[in-house]
Design a protein around this ligand. Structure first.
Ligand code: AHR
Length: 515
């Protein structure tokens, strides 16, 4: 059995997690909205058509912020189509997903749904087919108290009080050739700068996220962030990052190493943002909004996997079925986010329901938890607090099929020195300590020895592990509990020393309490 050691010190911290680190994403895409969170006529739907079975699972996860309405969808979206009397709303062609958008669910329904679930809304404006003026009108509609065209329109629509949306995204993936009205970094930087000015004139209390690269694979990555932040630095608080991990190579060791790409990506974006600040002799620090992250590859290519001909309403696209090893890679990504809590202050799993999601539904039928539901729920429920700077000593492995871009199947390389143990440790400030541990050894148990300096009389609160001998096992409607966390029995504690035996290929959490 391999042994890994972990040294923690209560005083050595990376930073306090921001509540917004634990967010998710709802896009008008496939069955995420229609048949996902919203399905009038469903046996569990309330008067507004919100599925309560889905709502219950969402509450179990407890996401803190919800990004909406896209995604690629937003770059062709007229927000006005989704407000006001439902019978007067137009159906439109959605250029992003080649489907028909009925607009029976829109901004106000989204805000109501967020209120009901206790989640902060995050809105994106369309900087593809539209521009700064429309973005300003949207902020006016949502946040202006009254006495103007759009604020009065909101009142006519039944919302007397402003929604007070604080977090706004300036478009989506504007560097991607697939994006409706994609832009060069200069084109986007200029329009984002002007949109930001107007949006903040309308409401000076909002925070804005500029689009970073769609992924580390983009040939413009790096230069894009540099140019965009040059244009927008004084007007934005955030820059976005997106990563979808993949197992195109069908190589599990490489796949489980892939979350480490997110560590590099984050550190590179921090370096670029801080170099823009340095050029200005500015102490301002741009924070990172990792507003799309997940595993996604089976329903990503070819195009036929994403598009159903005939412009259908809510087609069942991007319905990725996650297996056991996807949950492990996903857990590794959550650890990467925690270990950069000082700069990644906002993040959204993409997406929430049906579309590359932890929650699946059958239209008219039940809802169930995918394998990735479990590491995500662990992350959102127990990840809040001060992340400790863990010193991990672990055997390492090499892999031939590492994807350095985190999103591409053409570029593969050899990587050496991947530690078998990937770990984050979070102290909740009230004596609670949670360890998040990914054992990447596929065949062997791991003895994990943890020294938690500065914490006395530790006792065990809960320890669970997600592990299955079949790494391809999935949860389905017929067998929704095939992959669920089980108790991790092999944990012993002596003072401030913890010993745990982690199963091979497992994601575990160990929750402790100190005096
Ligand atoms: O989450 C699915 C899609 O992935 C989003 O619409 C887009 O932003 C990204 O390319």
């Amino acid at each position: 059995m391999r042994t890994s050691t972990v040294l923690l010190d209560r005083d050595f911290t990376i930073g306090q997690t921001d509540p917004r680190l634990f967010g998710a994403f709802i896009e008008h895409l496939g069955r995420c909205v229609y048949g996902g969170i919203y399905e009038p006529g469903h046996p569990t739907a309330d008067a507004q058509g919100f599925r309560q079975d889905v709502m219950e699972l969402v509450r179990e996860i407890g996401p803190t912020i919800m990004r909406y309405p896209g995604g690629n969808f937003v770059s062709g979206y007229n927000w006005e189509d989704g407000v006001g009397p439902v019978e007067q709303r137009p159906a439109r062609l959605d250029y992003a997903w080649f489907s028909t958008e009925p607009n029976t669910f829109g901004t106000n329904e989204f805000i109501d749904w967020c209120k009901m679930s206790g989640i902060e809304p995050m809105l994106a404006v369309n900087l593809g087919t539209r521009g700064p003026q429309d973005a300003g009108y949207f902020v006016e509609y949502c946040n202006h108290p009254g006495g103007t065209h759009y604020s009065e329109l909101r009142k006519q629509h039944g919302y007397e009080q402003p929604h007070n949306i604080k977090f706004w995204c300036l478009g989506n993936e504007m560097d991607g050739p697939w994006q409706t009205c994609a832009k060069t970094a200069d084109e986007y930087g200029r329009i984002a700068h002007e949109a930001a000015k107007i949006m903040k004139w309308v409401d000076g209390s909002i925070e804005l996220a500029a689009c970073g690269s769609s992924g580390r694979k983009m040939t413009t990555f790096g230069a894009w962030e540099d140019t965009v932040l040059d244009h927008t630095f004084d007007h934005v608080e955030w820059i976005s990052l997106h990563t979808y991990l993949n197992n195109y190579a069908s190589d599990t060791p490489a796949f489980l190493a892939s979350p480490d790409v997110m560590d590099s990506f984050i550190e590179e974006v921090v370096a670029i943002a801080d170099s823009v600040a340095a050029r200005r002799r500015s102490k301002k620090r741009i924070m990172l909004s990792f507003d799309e992250w997940n595993v996604w590859y089976r329903t990503r290519r070819p195009r036929e996997a994403r598009i159903i001909p005939g412009w259908p309403v809510a087609p069942p696209i991007l319905e990725e079925i996650y297996n056991m090893q996807d949950a492990l890679a996903f857990g590794g990504a959550a650890i990467s986010l925690l270990n950069h809590a000082d700069r990644v202050r906002s993040a959204c799993i993409a997406q929430l329901v049906n579309v590359i999601a932890p929650i699946m539904t059958e239209t008219g039928g039940p809802a169930w938890r995918q394998t990735i539901f479990w590491p995500f729920a662990n992350f959102t429920n127990f990840g809040h607090g001060e992340v400790l700077r863990a010193k991990v000593t672990s055997d390492t492995y090499d892999t031939d099929y590492f994807d350095p871009a985190g999103m591409d199947d053409e570029v593969r390389t050899k990587v050496t020195g991947v530690p078998y143990l990937k770990l984050a440790a979070v102290h909740d400030g009230k004596g609670g300590l949670t360890l998040f541990a990914l054992n990447r050894d596929l065949t062997g148990e791991m003895r994990m020895e943890v020294d938690a300096r500065g914490m006395t009389n530790l006792s065990l609160v809960q320890a669970t592990t997600l592990h299955d001998a079949d790494l391809d096992a999935v949860n389905t409607k017929a067998n929704p509990d095939r992959i669920v966390p089980k108790p991790l029995d092999a944990v012993t504690i002596a003072g401030a020393h913890i010993t745990a035996i982690l199963p091979p290929a497992s994601w575990s959490i160990i929750r402790l309490k100190a005096d």
